[in-house]
Every structure is written in C-alpha cells, then in structure tokens.
Ligand binder design. Sequence first.
Ligand code: PGA
Length: 256
Amino acid sequence: MKIICANWKFSEKLRKEKEAVNYLQKLEKSIAKKEGIEVKVFANFLVLKKLAKIAKKVKIGAQDLHWEEDGSFTGAPPSAKDLLLWGVKEVLIGHSETRFYFGVNDERVVLKLESAFKNGIFPTICLGETLEEKEKNQTEKVLKRQIEKGILPALTKIKPPQNSFLIAYEPVYAISGFAKILGKEPKPAKLEDIEVAHRTIKKILENSGYPTKVLYGGSCNKENAKELLSQEFIDGLLVGSASFEFNSFFDIIKNT
Ligand code: PGA
C-alpha cells in the first residue's frame, strides 16, 4: 500500500477555511472507493480543527508542534494536547523548512517526537541532506546523524510501538522552494540517490528495532509520480507545491 501525503505548507488559498474544506470534500469523494492507498493532508493550523471534524478516510495532520504545554514560548506552534483537542492525530516533524526558517534542529526534533509519542500523535519525520552536503558525499553521514541524534533518543526514551511513525526523505535541494532559492529548476533527486538514501534509513531504523516505511518528497508532480511510485523502496510521496491545487494532487493519486 502506498501512502500519498499533501503538504499544503503556507498556501494562502488553503489557509482559507472555505477553500480547504472544498478541497478535502473533493478528495474524500474521489478516494472513497479507492483501495490500497492511504492519504494524508498536512494543513495550516488555521484550518486543522475544521478539517479534522469532517475528514473520514483522509488523515489530517499539523505541520509542526511545540513540545511544551505551557510557558514563555512566544510564537510557538500548538502543542500535542492542542492538536488532540482539535481531533488532529498526525504531525510533520523536522521538515527542512522548519529547520531552515524556524530553528528546528535534531535536539528539538527529539523533544517534539517525545511529545507526539506520549500523546499518541503519529509523526511523519522529515530528513534530508543539503546540496552542499550531497556534493561533499556526506549524504549517508547526514542521514545517520539525523536519525541517531534526532530520532533514536526519542525511541529509546518513550519506546513507542513499532509502526507508530513514518519517515519522509526529502533532499533539501530537491524541494521546490529551496531549488528556486538555489536558482535551479525544481526536480526530484535521481532515483539511484533516492534508493541509497531510503536503504540507508531503513537499515539504521530496522537495526534499532523499528522497521519503517520511507516516503520520498521533493518536486513530486503528476509527470514523475508514476515512476517514483513504481519503485519498491519508495513507500509513498510527500507532495508540496503540486498539492496546492486539488486537480494536480489528484493526478498524482491516480498513479497509485
Ligand atoms: P515540493 O515540497 O513538493 O514543493 O518540492 C515537498 C515538501 O517540502 O514537503
């Protein structure tokens, strides 16, 4: 079964309740009879509560959470308990845009993960190397560090059951927003690079007692989804800008 996720990021349109609800309703209708697929939508905090209330088959997730419940944390995202109050049981943790723009690092990923696990919220944890790291042949080293410093401490401490999280491998240079900053055409990483990264991630986590599914993210769209999804080592996709319009996201789902 493949897992297809929409990351609505900071889409202005999809922060409007009416647009977000309309999109979700169309999505629910079009996947109602589809078997062998899991669909998640990571939406802005502004619309989460409403979406979680009407979602049936689609799983609704937040794009981040704060690890504390209370105190002096100006500008923090909602806590795990806030998400639960809204009926939201999924979250993205460690997305490279939260690492780049909002100071999330491996240590904070651990705190966020611990909070998610303690509250029974299912995290999709994002990893990936930058272009500079890739060019220095440090991909495996970076992934190893992100897992050993950013994930394993939370697993060791909380001991969640198996299959209580997912990984999304998103090489930073392949994410469309960052590709634009680098002045490059947004395109997915090479299949052989994705394969090495996915096998590395799976091996480390399996050896730690947590065999895990790994999604790929970074410039996925209807043109490349079929090839990506036909790879046995890719368990699904995390789709950013190509998920901002219902039709272009649904074109990707059709490929499963
Ligand atoms: P993109 O983003 O599909 O726009 O490259 C993916 C992501 O950041 O999750």
